[in-house]
Design a protein around this ligand. Sequence first.
Ligand code: ZN
Length: 461
Amino acid sequence: MNLRLYDTMAREKRPFAPADPRRVTMYVCGPTVYGFAHIGNARPVVVFDVLFRLLRQIYGENAVVYARNVTDVDDKINAKAADEGVDISVITERYLAAYHEDMGALGALRPTLEPRATAHIEAMQQQIAGLIQQGHAYAAEGHVLFDTQSYENYGKLSGRPLDEMIAGARVEVAPYKRHPADFVLWKPSKPGEPVWESPWGPGRPGWHIECSAMIESELGLPIDIHGGGIDLIFPHHENELAQGVCAHGGGEFARLWMHNGFLDMAGEKMSKSLGNVVIPHDLLQRVPGEVLRWALLSAHYRQPLDWTEGLIEQSRSSLDRLYGALQRVKGIAAERTDPPAAFLEALTDDLNTPRATAELFALAKALETAHGEAEKARLKGELLAAANLLGFLTADPDVWFAGAADEGLRAQVEALLEQRVEARNAKDWPTADRIREQLDGLGVIVMDGPQGATWRLKEPA
Ligand SMILES: [Zn+2]
């Protein structure tokens, strides 16, 4: 299989070949755990989950090491802990558990490794000491700063003039900086904040050093793929790269950089001040995780994604169509097979999920017009193998359609179906017909099969 991926550094699609196909390494910047993740945070999780699944398909399940860090020391965590009058670990444990639950509901596999910043302070200090020793960092007023002027390739990943990037990212101006772009590796803790002893005074690490230190200690350099949202290119990834390269005398840090596009809310940027922040933790109360996953993968990952209520409805009906095709061949056992070539070609072309999902519809259509049990078994197997690789069609079709109804409606429908069975057993046809009409009025389609009746909700008009 020829996997091609767009490399932010090279600014083109390149054939992907890991340094060691028996140990493919991927690092994606993870959450800062001080609150529930919003839907924009979920986009990279789902995008890189698709890549993780595809790499496992190509290189083998145990050949891919995927690390996603947990930032558990941060100003926002400190503020939240102070606000509630609890230890920071109470905050970080609570929201990390919620993160796992919510991202799991979106069908994201757990990464192989989830290193935590607070467990790697020593590795960060070692990297900082090395940077100072090699003339790439300096201590000033209790801070340690990276000297961006000491690294000639600084800014190469972002590819824009340095002053433009600094203005755009609102880089902090401080008197102890030699250059405005110089960034913090270590800083003094404010009163009440977590603090660690260091050769440069008591304090805590900056954010960027966390990732480069954990990449080195957890995965080893260079890694094959480094990923994250497009907003991380500058300054976060630019700084990770500078530290990672300079700490090792100029060696390679990441062999390929990948970034997913922005997620907008009906054309606007999602922000607390606009009051349009969407939280999967809440949304999952009324929308199945698979629907949200479909919506997140509906645009190509490098394109912006416009999040609307209409997108959620479209995604639901797309999945209804696929589940409907499966339900109609419920009695046929799926053949065990690999995903078909056309589907894999789409996915290996820089994770082209719109093309890959179009292939799912083509398979569903072929399945519905197929003749003969053998052909149906093969097509059903291909549809399932392809959809499962993307994390879709993981539910039983009956459960899928029944699950779309709310609790109260479900109980009502089940009771009516029971009465209908009794009426039919008693050959009371008028009653049976009346119940069927009642069900129709509730928006329910009843399907009689050899194992009794199943039902689903009609698609919304
Ligand atoms: Zn990072």
